[in-house]
Ligand binder design. Structure first.
Ligand SMILES: Cc1ncc(COP(=O)(O)O)c(C=O)c1O
Length: 357
């Protein structure tokens, strides 16, 4: 604690990202990265863009990339905003759409742990809506008065999706608040709400290239919504940093958007591996929540999650353990390559053979 810090800097509890240790080689199943490399076309485009033009600032609104995203969704450039990863987009949404002195915004008690951090940073009151016993989203909770709504669909860290009709019901009941849907994982089997944008001016859908396009290192996400909402985010972006997307990222991301075939292939591999690993874990006695994402949320009746996490780590396998109420019996395991997951299953089988300590 420093006397130079503001009250906000003193009191904020920052988000803790999954570890990226450098002490040895790990099988990384802890940050929901894609185990497959990005499309070769993306890498070529980045190499081509790495030239003398780097002395110039990039296009502040990334219009060529906006156009590529817009045409892939059959919408207009004005309906698209590009962000430096979806985390940045989510952060911009708070000052753009939510009021410090207004009604509380609503989000789940078990969801992406960056949401409460942004709420604290931007002084936005929030109300947590508990998921039910099975970790499903209770629609009634979102039909009360509010200052905005934030839903990850599919949810993290559970991987569970919310049906489109539930989302529609929430949108219809909340015409006066902005509903932000974080679809970071939707490509792995969720139901997207992008098709609802033209009917609901209060809907903002947030996507990322980090997961399904294997580009977590490039830092590109995008928001899709009505023009009014997009203009609101632009106002905030241009009040913080005009050039959030660098030249290399703009060039690489444009290729990624255009290379749907490559990304379909890696996505289906991940979905296939997910099904196989889920079944194997059920056979070992795990509870495995139904996942529409590139990870599994699992719990063993005898093996405490913290111990399992530690034992896996000792064997060079990183998964995510959240020491939080309701989910401290679970581990979140990202889906890696088939080879990585075979090793993971082998180690888990060995651990579970022995009685819990
Ligand atoms: C639900 C959810 N939203 C957003 C993000 C952020 O993704 P990025 O900033 O890489 O686009 C993550 C990352 O793990 C996530 O789990």
């Amino acid at each position: 604690m420093s006397r130079f810090w503001s009250q906000t800097a003193k009191s904020i509890k920052p988000y803790v990202p999954g570890e990226q240790p450098k002490d040895r080689k790990y099988i990384k199943l802890n940050t929901n990265e894609n185990p497959y490399p990005p499309s070769p076309k993306v890498l070529d485009a980045i190499r081509r863009a790495a030239d003398e033009t780097l002395r110039l600032y990039p296009d502040p609104s990334a219009d060529a990339l906006r156009d590529a995203v817009a045409s892939s969704f059959g919408i207009e450039r004005e309906n698209v905003f590009i962000g430096n990863g979806s985390d940045e987009l989510l952060a911009f949404c708070f000052p753009a759409f939510f009021e410090p002195a207004g009604l509380p915004i609503l989000f789940a008690d078990v969801t992406y742990s960056f949401y409460p951090v942004y709420a604290q940073l931007f002084h936005i009151p929030c109300r947590l809506i508990p998921l039910d016993e099975e970790f499903r989203l209770p629609v009634e909770g979102y039909l009360q008065e509010n200052g905005g709504i934030l839903i990850a669909n599919p949810n993290a860290p559970t991987g569970m999706g919310v049906p489109l009709e539930t989302i529609e019901r929430i949108l219809r009941h909340n015409e006066n608040s902005v509903v932000v849907l974080d679809e970071a994982y939707v490509d792995f089997g969720g139901e997207s709400s992008v098709g609802l944008i033209s009917r609901f001016p209060n809907l903002l859908v947030i996507r990322t290239l980090s997961k399904s396009c294997s580009l977590a290192g490039l830092r590109v996400g995008f928001a899709l919504g009505g023009k009014e909402l997009i203009e609101g985010i632009i106002r905030i972006k241009d009040s913080i940093n005009s050039y959030t997307i660098d030249r290399l990222a703009q060039a690489g991301a444009r290729e990624a958007i255009g290379d749907a075939a490559y990304f379909e292939e890696t996505k289906s591999k991940i979905v296939r591996t997910r099904g196989r690993v889920a079944q194997a874990l059920v056979n070992f006695g795990f509870r495995v929540l139904p996942s529409q994402a590139n990870f599994l949320f699992i719990s063993h009746p005898q093996q405490p999650a913290r111990v399992l996490f530690q034992k896996l780590r000792e064997q060079g396998i990183l998964v995510r353990f959240f020491d939080k109420p309701r989910i401290d019996r679970f581990l979140r395991v990202s889906i890696g390559t088939d080879g990585e997951m075979d090793l993971f299953l082998e180690v888990v089988a060995r651990i579970c053979e022995k009685p819990a300590e």
